[in-house]
Design a protein around this ligand. Structure first.
Ligand code: GLA
Length: 389
């Protein structure tokens, strides 16, 4: 793959210095959904699929960006001194956003460069292809220009690019999982303090399977920002009676005792999800660490129900796909993953049941929705970095 991309690079940008190769994965979240921007816990892992970026410096101030995934866009060319957001630059606004934030933070990207990107994450599936491009760009720039930025800062800069340059108020989960992922492990991250721990994902005789609804979802125009505001309002009201900084600070008992200060019924159930999901995530990780895989799976199911009934971010496609999985023998747990409103589900399936699972769930899903689902066996990979030949 890498050699092919290097050849493509030379064909596209011409001979010269040898380019360097970088990679950033996609991510899947196992549990802890819509908790990150509420100061709670998440439990994602990096995937073995992601974004490759082949890159080298130029002698001038020109930046050339090309993606094999968007060949119709051709080479997007710009000048280091004009990093303004441009609609026409489409996907290339993601790398531009990262560069913009790095420069804003005083990091010296001192000249132009050229990059060829190739991503093998299904696009728009909610497996964080955009955060993957951001982190791939961060590691490219850090590597080419010896910026000496730590991975955690690259994670924060990438999130900032998404928040301020792209205009999506996402939390830190995606960029964190992509930056700090570790092969065969998931990360329990406290999004308030950024303290984290790795847990080996050992599922004995079962495997993680991602199922794609193939219902495309756009974060920016979805109800994501609305959910954030609902939770912020609930927090503001809770703060009038409790000394807390985020919903993630609350125990279930504290929430139950004080929830009536939240005046809107809708805001109250959104907060209820955030609080219970946070507690559920910590418990789920504890169970996994103890080898209680079915306990972990049950909490995944609870998580989906809460996202469906309280947070209302699932929608008919995700519900159909999860419901079909729940009806299948050999399924230990199933839930939506990511922002919701389409995208993917994540399932723990006994190895002996996988073939039947894919066939039967695929068929039921198609009957219910008219859409064809795709299935991927998850391989948990490492975080972003340079690929050494
Ligand atoms: C998206 C966001 C994340 C997180 C999830 C929901 O993936 O980018 O920050 O909020 O949705 O858990």
């Amino acid at each position: 793959m890498e050699q092919q991309l290097r050849d493509d690079f030379i064909e596209l940008f011409g001979q010269g210095n040898q380019p360097r190769a970088f990679f950033a994965p996609g991510r899947v979240n196992l549990i802890g959904e819509h908790t990150d921007y509420n100061g709670g816990h998440v439990f994602p892992c990096a995937l073995s699929v992601g974004t490759y970026a082949i890159a080298r410096k130029r002698e001038d101030n020109i930046i050339k960006l090309y993606s094999k995934n968007f060949p119709d866009q051709g080479i997007v060319e710009l000048n280091l001194n004009d990093l303004s957001y441009q609609e026409a630059h489409d996907w290339a606004n993601y790398p531009k956003g990262v560069l913009h934030v790095l420069k804003q933070n005083g990091l010296n990207v001192e000249g132009g460069f050229e990059v060829l990107y190739f991503g093998n994450i299904p696009n728009g599936a909610g497996l964080s292809s955009s955060a993957s491009i951001e982190l791939a760009t961060s590691v490219v720039l850090n590597g080419l220009f010896n910026l000496d930025v730590s991975m955690i800062d690259m994670v924060k800069f990438s999130q900032k690019a998404e928040n301020e340059y792209i205009g999506v108020s996402c939390g830190i989960m995606d960029q964190f999982a992509i930056g700090l992922g570790k092969q065969d492990h998931a990360i329990l991250l406290d999004c308030e303090t950024l303290k984290y721990e790795y847990s080996p994902v050992k599922l004995e005789n079962a495997t993680l399977v991602i199922a794609n609804t193939n219902k495309r979802r756009g974060l920016a125009d979805s109800k994501y920002n609305e959910r954030r505001s609902e939770c912020e309002r609930a927090l503001a009201e809770l703060k009038t009676v409790l000394k807390i900084t985020s919903l993630g600070d609350l125990t279930i008992e504290q929430f139950e005792e004080n929830k009536n200060v939240i005046s809107s019924d809708v805001d109250r159930v959104r907060a209820e999800h955030a609080v219970y999901e946070n507690v559920r995530t910590k418990l789920a990780v504890h169970k996994l660490n103890q080898g209680d895989i079915s306990g972990f799976g049950e909490l995944m199911n609870e998580s989906h129900k809460s996202l469906r009934d309280l947070y209302e971010v699932t929608g008919s496609e995700l519900d159909a796909l999860v419901q079909s999985a729940w009806e299948e023998e050999g399924v230990i747990g199933a839930r939506m993953t990511g922002a919701g409103f389409g995208g993917c589900t994540v399932n723990i399936v006994e190895n002996s049941a996988i073939t039947r699972f894919i066939e039967s769930v695929g068929q039921k899903y198609q009957e219910k929705t008219g859409l064809k689902a795709d299935f991927y066996i998850v391989e948990i990979g490492n975080g972003a970095g340079e690929l050494k030949l």
